[in-house]
Design a protein around this ligand. Structure first.
Ligand code: DAS
Length: 339
């Protein structure tokens, strides 16, 4: 039987209803062991063990918990303690944790994050099905060399693509850039998982963990809107931000006064990355903004929240030259020689 270690961190999947309202609940109430015990037949999929890393609602997820997960999973991989890992997690920051781990873990052992949009004691609880699917994916040889994955509502997602797209619906996650990597329990084969494409042959050189100390360098996200002024750029720079990610309009745009303030920040050695508030599509260099002369980086397909994580990791690893930073954003992960 494949060996799967479940690392529990809290979230709605471990939540319990609260009578304060019809849909009220509290995240992070039950343990990972209780979660695993509550899903019938899980022990027929894999030899399971459970560890409680944290028990928080993921709006309270921290860089310290990220590092604890990364260190523990690195050890699981290096010591061959499991064939796959499942992380149960709140849904609010699940995509950011997945993206962080995607950048600091080697790709050989499947690491699957999952959560739930309904607490465990809700009549329409989705956690048990999500946890079962996550164990299936983590235990499958088809998932090897695919590294970190997100499994929610029967879909297998790439951490670089997946985003939470709905505040309450059960199918709350999607990959607008190109769809999921695969599906779990397809109708024609309920016991199977199916990937739509062969595993990537990309370099699996993650960032080194050793230079990463928490808290990571401050990287601010500035949300663009019609009529915005440049005050928030000045605040961020004055607040000690090493990087500023613009959640820009359209193709990563902003009013000219804001772009001028961002150029001033670049001159103060702040790294500026143009991302977008638009839910789908890429931000590429030199379309409406002259990145070459402004010294900006284009986020490519990364959302602002993931661009922030990648920039923090680049800074932690001393990769701050604009060309090297842009190379990492073009790949959506650590440059190949950064491990
Ligand atoms: N607040 C949410 C969180 O813990 C609850 C959830 O959906 O998991 O991220």
């Amino acid at each position: 039987m494949p060996r799967v270690i479940v690392l529990a961190t809290g979230g709605t999947i471990a939540g319990r209803a609260d009578p304060r309202s019809a849909h009220g609940y509290n995240a992070g109430c039950t343990s990972g062991a209780q979660l695993v015990a509550s899903v019938p037949g899980l022990d027929r999929l894999a030899e399971l063990s459970v560890e409680q890393i944290a028990n928080v609602a993921s709006q309270d997820m921290s860089e310290a918990i990220w590092l604890a997960l990364a260190v523990r999973i690195r050890r699981i991989i290096e010591c061959g303690q499991a064939d796959g890992v499942v992380i149960t997690h709140g849904t609010d920051t699940l995509e950011e944790t997945a993206f962080f781990l995607h950048n600091v873990l080697p790709a050989g052992t499947p690491v699957v994050l999952t959560g739930a949009m309904r607490p465990g004691d809700a009549p329409d609880a989705d956690g048990p099905a999500n946890l079962r699917a996550a164990v299936q994916v983590a235990a499958s040889p088809l998932s090897r060399r695919r590294g970190v994955l997100v499994v929610m509502h029967g879909a297998i997602h790439d951490p670089r693509q997946v985003v939470k797209i709905h505040t309450t619906a059960a199918p709350a996650f999607a990959s607008p850039g190109g769809g999921p990597l695969g599906i779990v329990n397809p109708a024609d084969d309920p016991a199977a998982i199916r990937y739509f494409a062969p595993d990537p042959a990309e370099c699996a050189a993650p960032f080194a963990l050793s230079p990463i100390i928490v808290p990571l360098s401050r990287v601010a996200i500035v949300y663009a809107h019609a009529g915005m002024d440049a005050a928030c750029i000045s605040y961020a720079a004055r607040d000690g931000a090493r990087g500023i990610v613009l959640a820009g309009l359209g193709n990563g745009n902003a009013p000219q006064t804001v772009l001028t303030a961002l150029v001033r920040a670049v001159r103060q050695s702040v790294i500026v990355v143009r991302a977008t508030r638009v839910p789908a599509g890429r931000v590429d260099r030199n379309v409406e903004v002259d990145d070459d002369s402004n010294g900006f980086v284009a986020a490519g397909a990364l959302t602002p929240q993931k661009a922030r994580v990648l920039l923090q990791l680049l800074i932690a690893n001393g990769i701050t030259a604009p060309d090297a930073v842009q190379q990492a954003f073009n790949a959506g992960r650590a440059p190949c020689d950064s491990g």
